[in-house]
Design a protein around this ligand. Structure first.
Ligand code: PRP
Length: 224
């Protein structure tokens, strides 16, 4: 790690749903930079005074930047973290971005047992998680990787089922799909590069401590 990299803390933020709550939460502990916006065409936004660099990347790429040390820290959904299987430290559950991964099928074609779907096609953005899940059930499946609008798969006959994220349930409902198995819960996580965490321990540890204090005070406020 060169001297400049040692001096700065580089934070990878994902574009999309997690960007705003991530930037807001980090701002509350003083990790902010002028012009930090998802819409910015500038991909590296620095705060020279505080020695912070933000990089804004595609959601699925955050764990890659962190694993290779191009970013010291990142925010990413547990779903994407599990799917990419990157070797990073998971420092903190940030609590927002709550959703779950599940299997859904068209309501009208629901089969009796899960195993009745063995050897059928499943459309998903998460083929690794799906494969881990079905293998544990002793089921072999054909995985069709899609990059979005997964719900379309069974509607147009591309697949018999989907494995996808549900947040509010609106997309399933509007497309006459029904969840048949809950696979795993997901929230946003703070992740760190393993070497950075050792080299910049004091700074990163203070960051985690401050974030934890905010998250705990929020949880207290909810309970009272
Ligand atoms: C995600 C997911 C579902 C939808 C679920 O898609 O893939 O399609 O959100 O949300 P809901 O339960 O609140 O309806 P996203 O909006 O990320 O876009 P995508 O279709 O491009 O993946």
């Amino acid at each position: 790690m060169n001297a400049e990299n040692m001096e700065y803390l580089t934070i990878a933020l994902p574009k999309g749903k997690l960007f705003k709550p991530s930037a807001e939460l980090l701002g509350r502990i003083g990790y902010e930079a002028e012009g930090l916006s998802e819409k910015s065409r500038k991909l590296v936004i620095s705060n020279e005074e505080k020695k912070i660099r933000f990089i804004i990347t595609k959601t699925a790429d955050v764990p890659t930047y962190v694993e290779y040390g191009a970013a010291d820290i990142g925010v990413i959904g547990k779903d994407v973290l599990l799917e990419t299987g990157k070797d990073v430290y998971e420092l903190l559950d940030l609590g927002f971005g709550r959703c779950h991964l599940m299997m859904a099928v068209p309501k009208a074609e629901r089969r009796e047992r899960l195993t009745d779907y063995a050897h059928t096609r499943v459309a998903t953005k998460f083929p690794h998680i799906a494969e881990m899940f079905f293998t544990r059930q002793g089921m072999q499946m054909e995985y069709i990787k899609l990059n979005g609008s997964i719900e379309l798969g069974p509607i147009v006959g591309l697949s018999e089922s989907i494995v996808d994220i549900v947040e509010t349930g609106t997309t399933l409902k509007e497309n006459d799909l029904e969840e048949i198995v809950h696979i795993v819960d997901s929230t946003a996580r703070l992740i760190a590069n393993r070497v950075s965490f050792k080299m910049k321990f004091e700074r990163m540890n203070a960051m985690v401590r401050d974030l934890r204090a905010i998250l705990e005070s929020g949880a207290e406020a909810c309970r009272s």
